[in-house]
Ligand binder design. Structure first.
Ligand code: PRX
Length: 653
């Protein structure tokens, strides 16, 4: 079949009997969950997690939307992810095969991981961190990131991991919002073949104003020169290496916070999504087992996400480690030093399960299938996708050229807020429909509502995805802002429905298709960005009077940031021009991080607004996507769009 014709025909892929025979997920899970969903989750919790004290009540929803799962239960997440595997005699199993971008490697067994986590937990305590203190983690993709998270979990200190690609300003906001007294960072990491510094961003983040940071714990990764404050900075290798490798994992309440993770919402201020311990761990372990089909004795699992995103939390750290899996962790980029790096790693480590994002798949498509073809990918037996809709073309390419036409693909829909996979096929059970995440996993309930909030099931009609029952790994709130939690997720369609913010439809077979965000959140390369956040970064530049940002569709990254700015009169008088565009792009990178850099910035004299002053992003999207401009009748001044179009035609950026 030629690549062009791959997408022409409608294919579905029934489960391969050999795969089904060994699959962790089975069809009877659906019936069990439907029959008694609380009993179903109680059983998952008891089967998959080691509790210090059993729980008395599965779900307390009396104070909805503030849920309590596994009430009265106590457990230690780090014990579940590490110690119990050693106690079960699997201490020699590799937990993490680490491959640094320059090619340095480390394989860490569960017994070694236990010692590392214990030492780090002792070190944190020696730095004055205890239960309930939040710790900011700003690290590259190195094993210490997982060790630091688990050490925090062990002592009951919620971690707040900040993606290493975020700027000093973004880090500052997150440190302050979570009130973190300790930051764990590194001198730097390797990125695209060169060391890239991290610690200077921490120094800058805490140099401004009042902030809660007392200590900065620094991993030496690259050996580059770093500025040092003796009263505040400590080397990881000094305090962690010197600490005892014995540390008691005291039980924490099932509802004690495990972590905070910031994500973009519809306003400029990122939301600190927080998760608690028992329910989260239950659902990530369950889904990693039945969706990724991890068999810890035999599989080598690889999730390519960064630990700074929820995918890294749930499916690098907590899910696979709770299940005792062996996994690969890779520090660098897919094309360093060559475009076959991932495939080389799969061949080298005999990776059997690969979990990645559609944007990566589309990039590989662009590079051509002859790149993966040079490598032996026969160890692979399951592929996963996460972060954004995977178009059928990319799905079919992924299956053919990476999965050797034999691996099932699980397209997994979920969010930072949901904590774990919610909608996905079960490999070995579901007949796969390329491009659709298909069905809620057993134990999860979803519906699609129309504008009036009425559920419907007609195929091809577009509506809003909602979740209709609480689930164990659901967010417990927005850190410090319970009202915003209620208002953002539980008010759009009333208190019965969790509003996910995604458009969705059913097909004729009842499969759910996710259609992207319906709010002002963009999805660029599977990363969530808010239009408001980028707009406020732009207007914080002295040359900018007003800004509007839209997500324009992009062949590779799904969406790209397209910005429209009105310059202040002085700047406009200077001519604006290409220099200002470049300067503004860099300014956004500095304010938020390089991932937020607009692909295009167009200098305009007016923005399209309704009579009530609301920017009509829909029209700007038409411009950014090169489409005919839609209905302009509600504009206060309809000539604005003509001016913008003319600006486009004359080649303004
Ligand atoms: O729009 C959906 C999209 O990513 C959003 C959640 O982003 P974030 O919290 O950063 O978590 C990403 C990793 C779980 C969702 O609201 N999304 C995620 N997975 C899919 C998806 N859209 C379609 N299909 C998916 N499989």
């Amino acid at each position: 079949m030629s690549e062009a014709s791959l997408s022409q025909e409608h294919h579905t892929f029934p489960p391969d009997p050999a795969f089904a025979a060994q699959a962790n997920g089975t069809a009877d899970l659906y019936a069990a969950a439907d029959a008694d969903y609380e009993a179903f989750w109680a059983q998952q919790a008891r089967d998959r997690i080691s509790w210090a004290t059993d729980f008395e009540q599965t779900l307390d929803w009396s104070n909805a939307p503030f849920a309590k799962w596994f009430v009265g239960g106590t457990l230690n997440a780090a014990y579940n992810c590490v110690d119990r595997h050693v106690e079960a005699g699997n201490g020699d199993r590799v937990a993490i095969h680490f491959e640094g971008e320059p090619g340095d490697t480390r394989s860490i067994t569960y017994a070694e991981l236990q010692r590392e986590v214990c030492k780090a937990a002792n070190a944190l305590e020696s730095l004055g961190i205890g239960k309930g203190d939040t710790v900011a983690i700003y690290l590259p993709m190195i094993p210490e990131a997982a060790v630091a998270m688990l050490a925090c979990a062990r002592i009951g200190a919620p971690h707040s991991v900040v993606f290493g690609g975020f700027s000093a300003d973004a880090l500052n906001t997150r440190i302050n919002d979570a009130d973190s007294r300790l930051v764990i960072t590194a001198d730097g990491g390797y990125r695209r073949g060169a060391p890239s510094a991290l610690k200077p961003a921490v120094d800058a983040a805490i140099a401004v104003g009042d902030n809660p940071v007392e200590k900065v714990l620094v991993v030496r990764r690259t050996g580059q020169e770093v500025a040092w404050d003796d009263s505040r900075d400590v080397w990881w290798h000094d305090v962690v290496d010197a600490a005892s490798d014995q540390h008691e994992a005291r039980p924490h309440d099932a509802e004690d916070p495990l972590f905070i993770l910031y994500t973009s919402g519809t306003t400029g201020k990122p939301k600190g999504i927080f998760h608690t311990t028992g329910g989260y761990l239950t659902q990530v372990a369950y889904t990693n087992s039945v969706v990724h089909d991890v068999h810890p004795e035999t599989d080598v699992y690889w999730c390519t996400a960064d630990i700074g995103w929820v995918t890294g939390h749930s499916y690098i750290v907590y899910g696979p480690l709770a299940n005792g899996a062996t996994q690969l962790m890779y520090e660098g980029t897919p094309d360093t030093p060559h475009q076959g790096r991932w495939w080389e790693l799969i061949e080298k480590y005999k990776v059997s399960i690969l979990y990645t994002a559609p944007t990566a798949v589309r990039t590989f498509m662009k590079w051509g299938h002859d790149v993966p073809q040079k490598f032996d990918l026969s160890s692979l037996r399951l592929l996963g996708s996460v972060g954004e809709p995977i178009n059928p073309e990319a799905w079919l390419w992924y299956r053919k050229w990476i999965g050797g036409d034999r691996c099932p693909i699980v397209d997994t829909w979920w969010q930072t807020e949901t904590g774990a996979i919610m909608i996905s096929p079960l490999p070995g059970v579901t007949t796969l429909e390329p491009g659709s995440a298909q069905k809620p996993v057993p134990g999860v309930s979803a519906q699609i509502l129309d504008d009036e909030g009425q559920p419907f099931t007609e195929p091809e009609k577009v509506g809003y995805l909602v979740l209709t029952k609480p689930w164990p790994s659901m967010l417990r709130g927005i850190w410090g802002d319970p009202e915003r939690y209620q208002q953002t997720y539980w008010s759009r369609f009333g208190p019965k429905y969790y509003f996910a913010g995604d458009g969705a439809k059913y097909d004729a077979d009842g499969n759910i298709w996710l259609l992207g965000r319906v709010d002002d959140v963009m999805n660029v390369s599977g990363h969530r960005l808010s239009t408001a956040e980028i707009e406020s970064a732009l207007v914080s530049h002295p040359a900018v009077a007003e800004a509007a940002v839209v997500g324009a569709s992009d062949e590779t990254t799904g969406q790209a940031v397209a910005a429209f700015v009105i310059l202040r009169s002085e700047a406009a008088a200077d001519g604006g021009g290409p220099d200002i565009v470049q300067e503004l792009r860099n300014h956004v990178a500095k304010e938020i991080g390089p991932i937020a850099k607009p692909r295009s910035i167009m200098v305009v004299t007016e923005l399209p607004k309704t009579r009530s002053g609301k920017i009509m992003r829909r029209l700007l999207k038409d411009v950014a996507e090169g489409r005919a401009i839609g209905d302009v009748t509600t504009l206060a001044d309809s000539s604005v769009m003509t001016l913008i179009k003319e600006g486009m035609a004359s080649g303004a950026e």
